[in-house]
Design a protein around this ligand. Sequence first.
Ligand SMILES: Nc1ncnc2c1ncn2[C@@H]1O[C@H](COP(=O)(O)OP(=O)(O)OP(=O)(O)O)[C@@H](O)[C@H]1O
Ligand SMILES: [Mg+2]
Length: 329
Amino acid sequence: MSRKPVLTVTLNPALDVTYDVDEFVLGQTHRPRSMSVRAGGKGVNVARVLAGLGESVVASGLAGGATGRSIVDHLEQAGIPASFTWIEGESRRTVVIAERDRATGIWETGPVVTAAEWATFLDGFPALISTASVVVLSGSVPPGLPADAYAPLVQAAAANGVQVILDAEGPALHHGLAANPTLVKPNADELADAVGTEVDTPERALAAAHRLRAERPTVVVASLGHQGLVAATCRRDYVVTPPIRVPGNATGAGDALVAALARGLARGTAWPDMLADAVGVSGGAVAAPVAGESRIDIARHITDRAIVRAIEHDADQGSQCDHASCRNS
Ligand SMILES: Nc1ncnc2c1ncn2[C@@H]1O[C@H](COP(=O)(O)OP(=O)(O)OP(=O)(O)O)[C@@H](O)[C@H]1O
Ligand SMILES: [Mg+2]
């Protein structure tokens, strides 16, 4: 059965350039052993993971200049349909200089988006979401846009009956959350920052997740690195622990986790299975060398052995359990 695609939104995508060198020495010229170029930015990584899982996905956002063109070309070469709004400024590049066990990054800020360009994106957004099963809003809000830029996107999706995952931090998370997305996915630092408490154990993460939810319909899934995740839904809490600590590169593991959650919401998968899948796919991403990929063999191994603990709690306000995200809780 063909399913509607997941729509990812990346307002500040990047062309990720990685140079592999034996040793990086400050002040010297280097000839890289090898290099790779790929489309990046958090929402783009989510789209690439979904495509790798064989899921139908469309990547959208804002792109500009020759770098924006390259980002879209890379996506299309990977078989990912791209529907970006064109802006005057040049999309950003990120440069990583990778040694055997160390990486140095140079992150461009990205172009300033004008009010007119943002208005064009907002005008086109209802048409984009009309064909989507789930919308994923990931990453920082680019220069020029208001801190609450995600709020109208969350509202437009809700008005069209489309579920929304928000993966953002700071003011973008705060304002986006106020519009009641289906699910938010902070990591431990982002959650600690949002509620002003320490988040160093699953128990503390659950307490913080409840404070962040604050009687909202939004499900909070907090990722805790190698400790796995906790989730607070309106009827139950979950603590999901991977069976192994995977060695590797955890950058982009959160994006892989979001990809699995989007797939689960699109399918209406029950929370325990969805969360075990999310821990598996994100663990598989740690084992993959670059962000935007997940090792399927490792993912399956982890998902099959993940320890899922469900904790009942009193249901929140009955009306708030009508939310789409609670149908499978
Ligand atoms: N070393 C590890 N071993 C097993 N699983 C891991 C490991 N590190 C991360 N994970 C999995 O990846 C998920 C996401 O990791 P993390 O909390 O670091 O995300 P993040 O900080 O949002 O990452 P990013 O924003 O770079 O994509 C965790 O919830 C866990 O399931
Ligand atoms: Mg993250």
